[in-house]
Design a protein around this ligand. Structure first.
Ligand SMILES: O=C(CO)[C@@H](O)[C@H](O)COP(=O)(O)O
Ligand SMILES: [Fe+2]
Length: 212
């Protein structure tokens, strides 16, 4: 089964209640919440307050993608606010291994995200601990960018490592995902598709059905 994670970065804040209902009835599984700090990436949007406000309005899994330097400074607030999955970029912290353990100690799932310029080999030792491996298929920071086809090799790489070593992580892709690129990612082994601009342009129901 493919898990669909609409990225709320492309949602309409003033239509959010209605859009959440459409997402749910279309059968999406996660809500993807991008948390940015204006330093690691040059954009700022959602934070713990947003996650806290969102939590009572949905029973979907809140999949927080943290694009921030020193993520340890914000992830406790996100977990307290109701995040279910915390995915961070390991190059943003000195002690990524410890941070995964900390997320697990709070009863949450931990993901590691790979920027297009970061090799899987650089954080190979984190793979056995991860609940989710996020392969960025654009440079992080903004919605609506073009999918980078070379990242399919990285998706295949983590798919093979998972099979060879019986690792338990989900493989998530994020950036430029639509019906075509989503299908390519699925063929390469991805089982969680994040999509923002594609899902929210036109019919949310039809777009989610296409991704599935
Ligand atoms: O993490 C990010 C961007 O950094 C994403 O989650 C975007 O929200 C994806 O948007 P689209 O590329 O699907 O429009
Ligand atoms: Fe994201």
């Amino acid at each position: 089964m493919t898990i669909i994670a609409p990225s709320l970065l492309s949602s309409d804040t003033f239509q959010l209640e209605k859009q959440l209902q459409e997402i749910k009835s279309a059968g999406a599984n996660y809500l993807h919440v991008d948390v940015m700090d204006g330093h690691y990436v040059s954009n700022i949007n959602f934070g713990p307050k947003y996650v806290k406000d969102l939590r009572p309005h949905t029973d979907l899994t809140l999949d927080c993608h943290v694009m921030a330097e020193q993520p340890e400074a914000i992830i406790d607030s996100l977990m307290e606010a109701g995040a279910d999955i915390i995915t961070f970029h390991p190059e943003t912290t000195r002690h990524a291994y410890r941070l995964i353990e900390h997320i697990h100690e709070q009863g949450k799932k931990a993901g590691i995200a790979f920027d297009p310029s970061v090799a899987i080999a650089a954080y190979r030792d984190l793979l056995p601990l991860a609940d989710q491996v996020l392969i960025m298929t654009v440079t992080p920071g903004f919605g609506g960018q073009k999918f980078i086809p070379d990242m399919l090799e990285k998706v295949q790489e983590v798919t093979e490592l998972k099979a060879q070593n019986y690792y338990g992580y989900d493989i998530e892709v994020d950036g430029g995902i639509n019906d075509k690129t989503g299908s390519q990612c699925k063929k390469s082994g991805a089982n969680v598709l994040v999509a923002g601009s594609y899902v929210f342009a036109g019919s949310i129901k039809e777009n989610i059905a296409q991704l599935k």
